[in-house]
Design a protein around this ligand. Structure first.
Ligand SMILES: Nc1ncnc2c1ncn2[C@@H]1O[C@H](COP(=O)(O)OP(=O)(O)O)[C@@H](O)[C@H]1O
Ligand SMILES: O=C(CO)[C@@H](O)[C@H](O)COP(=O)(O)O
Length: 465
């Protein structure tokens, strides 16, 4: 019997990656990729162009079902005829920070938001972007009939191309990042939409985990899709006690846990997973690109940065980088910039500067793991994924700074794999039991006390609102 093929798309901040898997075994058959434009506002059309380039040359030949995992939270505004009203504002665009603060106050404070939608909005959330649009671009706001998320738009675009589009849809996972859908009730909170935007909007229908979005004219099933972090959770097949540390454009830490978290401090968002449960998650704006910036500062490349960082002592001779290069979301410091502190004539070396970039980026995320723990999420081991998980320095320093066993799943596109697994679920009606990826456990640090010293040095200088 010939095998059945499914595809998963990771339409994330920097690129579009498409993987084709065997629906029954999960074996990777082939893959394609294409870059996305830089910037924190982007025409959604660029995601379609990248998807077409990534799938060019017959990548989807014989594929029976596809699903899209996409960067969360972005606001895609559509007019009456579904035309794009303006460029999408992405999750890492901080112009709506003041709008988020206003909305928090107007609803009655952080706890009111946790009670209504499971999370306290920051600039990243779609709800804050809605308020920004209503306040700053009234003409575009007036033209906006429908608001969808990046993965919803690409899902609809695939169906439109194949003449199978019926309606805009999303899934629980991505809907939970809007700030106007509650994982607890399973419904949109229309009063919050009206509070943010001044009137109601047409919003995508929220599908269940295995519910298809439609079929293209040539018969390819299109599944609901999800947010990229929810896709990664499905692709990794997480167990209780597993916490993912994803180092892409964003840094995220999350767990697949049924517990309904409620963090009124706003560090952990109570998102939904793609499989019907919950996905408590904390996200930083600064991760892999802190290393790129450090390499540029030192006039080297990423392997060069690793080499230098690994020549320095833990603590970088007292040098600390607060890595808020793009502002920050966790902690919520949207207007912050990076700060290098503790610089002396004695520690001013390229090696210490390189190490401070890696330590600062990781310490910032280690704080988020603490926030997950404070919500009662067990942290027995950390699974390191995302582009910067390839960094030698990251691999050596993560076990030290996080002080828990750290494993690296074999290199792969886990968001795409999770989306493909969802596509197989929609196709066959059953979530396939694909084997977990082989894992490499990273060596424990040779000096077990060094991690605590690095964390203390960082914490003494970090600013938390
Ligand atoms: N060896 C490496 N060391 C450090 N960073 C790396 C390495 N390889 C890739 N990256 C970084 O990973 C990032 C892309 O990761 P990815 O998870 O695909 O991001 P996203 O999903 O946000 O688009 C880029 O910023 C790239 O510089
Ligand atoms: O905003 C979040 C999570 O809440 C980000 O994780 C985005 O979903 C973008 O992800 P990457 O492009 O960095 O994978």
């Amino acid at each position: 019997m010939s095998r059945r093929l499914v595809a998963g798309v990771d339409s994330s901040t920097q690129s579009c990656k498409v993987v084709v898997h065997d629906a029954a075994t999960g074996e990777l058959v082939r893959e394609g990729r294409a870059p996305h434009p830089d910037g924190t506002q982007v025409s959604a059309q660029a995601w379609w162009d990248a998807y077409r380039t990534a799938t060019d040359g017959g990548l989807l030949d014989g594929v029976e079902a596809v699903a899209v995992g996409g960067q969360q939270h972005g606001m895609v505004t559509l007019g009456d005829d579904d035309e794009l009203v303006r460029d999408a504002l992405l999750w890492n665009d901080t112009r709506s920070a003041g709008d988020a603060r206003d909305l928090v106050d107007e609803l009655g404070g952080p706890q009111a938001w946790v009670d209504r939608v499971g999370a306290v909005p920051v600039a990243s959330f779609t709800v804050s972007k809605l308020r920004w649009l209503a306040r700053h671009e009234p003409d575009n706001a007036a033209r906006t009939a429908t608001v969808v998320l990046p993965h919803d738009w690409l899902t609809g675009r695939i169906l439109k191309d194949g003449n199978g589009f019926q309606r805009w849809v999303t899934d629980r996972g991505d809907a939970s990042g809007t700030g106007y859908w509650s994982a607890a009730t399973g419904h949109y909170d229309r009063d919050i939409v009206r509070l943010a935007f001044g009137r109601d909007l047409h919003l995508p229908e929220v599908l269940g985990p295995a519910e298809p979005a439609g079929r293209t004219a040539d018969g390819m099933l299109v599944a609901a899709g999800t947010g990229d972090n929810m896709g990664a959770a499905l692709g990794l097949g997480l167990r209780r006690g597993d916490v993912v540390l994803s180092l892409g454009t964003s840094g995220t830490v999350f767990a697949d846990d049924d517990a309904a978290t409620g963090d009124a401090q706003g560090y952990v968002a109570g998102f939904a997973s793609a499989s019907g449960g919950r996905l408590p998650l904390a996200c930083t704006l600064n991760a892999a690109r802190v290393l790129t910036a450090g390499a540029a500062l030192l006039g080297t490349d990423l392997p060069g940065l690793d080499e230098l960082a690994l020549q320095a002592e833990p603590g970088a001779g007292g040098l600390t980088l607060l890595p808020y290069l793009d502002g920050e979301r966790t902690p919520n410091l949207p207007d912050a910039t990076g700060t290098l502190s503790g610089l002396t004539r004695g520690n001013a070396t390229p090696q210490n500067l390189a190490r401070a970039h890696v330590e600062g980026m990781l310490c910032n995320l280690q704080f988020s793991v603490g926030a997950l723990q404070a919500q009662g999420i067990p942290v027995e081991r950390v699974l390191l994924i995302g582009g910067a998980s390839a960094s030698r320095a990251v691999r050596e320093l993560t076990p030290q700074i996080f002080d828990v066993p750290v494993v690296v799943p074999q290199p792969g596109e886990y968001v795409g794999r999770g989306a493909a697994r969802q596509a197989a679920w929609a196709l066959t009606g059953e979530l396939p039991d694909w084997p977990r990826a082989d894992e490499t456990q990273l060596p424990a640090p040779s000096d077990p006390r060094a991690g605590a010293r690095i964390r203390e040095q960082y914490a003494a200088r970090a600013q938390h609102p």
